[in-house]
Design a protein. Sequence first.
Length: 51
Amino acid sequence: MKTYLFLLNALLFTFCSCTNNIKELYVSPNGSDNNPGTKGKPFLSFNKEKV
């Protein structure tokens, strides 16, 4: 039982730590690849990604 709870906690911790790295990037036909990819200043193409 202790092993089961340990594995469950480890799985939940791993899942929660992975979801913190989600970043929204915006793309628009009127955008520019020099923009930061925000809603107000979107990228032009999908291939552009600034990390």
